[in-house]
Design a protein around this ligand. Structure first.
Ligand SMILES: C[S@@+](CC[C@H](N)C(=O)[O-])C[C@H]1O[C@@H](n2cnc3c(N)ncnc32)[C@H](O)[C@@H]1O
Length: 205
């Protein structure tokens, strides 16, 4: 499965900020507010790990975090982050290739699921789904198309850019909302960002 952002680690956050301003951060911070105290949390595809510092601002302690990121360069940045008194296990592997205890209260997938073909989305989804407890929350941020002409243009440009620089496999968005629905998840809350091009969704298992 090809969605390894290793080559982009040194410029990813800077570029994201130039293109999207604070929208990518705001969508993820919105989701972080749905993490209860003392949760056992799985983060998949956290990139350079800035999310860990935002998380620590909200929860300076009490969380047991498992942080899974496939790209070694992204992981190197992530390990330098301030995580306060939270417990963090870093795993530099693809989520679908590892075995973890099946007892997470919350999982967070920030701009992960939109990188895959439909077939591989389902594989990734299933490998994460089995790790979340019944009644657990799945916090997801993804790009989405809501009918504005420029969204399709920006999306295509991003896919081409990251295909060339990092070998990302997707060239169109897979059915992310559908995969949550067919697996019986309830949509609890959502908020859109960047003129609806970005969706933050809280799903309950
Ligand atoms: C689009 S980037 C988003 C990074 C970060 N969440 C952000 O918003 O800044 C997707 C991240 O997922 C990681 N990734 C892709 N496939 C993965 C997999 N199978 N297992 C774990 N991490 C993966 C990539 O290396 C990359 O860092």
């Amino acid at each position: 499965m090809a969605a390894n952002y290793n080559n982009s680690a040194w410029f990813y956050d800077g570029l994201a900020r130039i293109v999207y301003g604070k929208a990518l951060v705001n969508a993820q911070v919105y989701l972080l507010n749905h993490i209860p105290d003392n949760s056992k949390l799985l983060i998949v595809g956290g990139g350079t790990g800035w999310i860990l510092e935002e998380l620590t601002r909200i929860h300076p302690s009490g969380l047991a975090i498992t942080y899974v990121e496939i790209a070694p360069n992204m992981m190197a940045f992530s390990k330098k982050r301030n995580t306060g008194n939270n417990q963090v296990i870093f795993i530099n592997e693809a989520i679908e290739n590892i075995e973890l205890p099946v007892d997470f209260d919350v999982v967070l997938t920030p701009f992960l699921l939109d990188n895959f073909t439909q077939q591989n989305l389902e594989i990734i989804f299933n490998s994460i789904n089995t790790l979340l407890k019944p009644n657990g929350s799945w916090l997801n941020a993804s790009f989405q198309l809501t009918g504005k002409w420029w969204q399709q243009l920006m999306l295509k440009t991003m896919f081409i850019f990251f295909k060339v620089t990092c070998g990302i496999e997707a060239s169109q968005l897979p059915g992310i909302d559908e995969v949550f629905e067919t697996n019986g998840y309830k949509l609890i809350e959502q908020e859109n960002f960047f003129c609806d091009f970005i969706g933050g969704r809280v799903h309950k298992k």
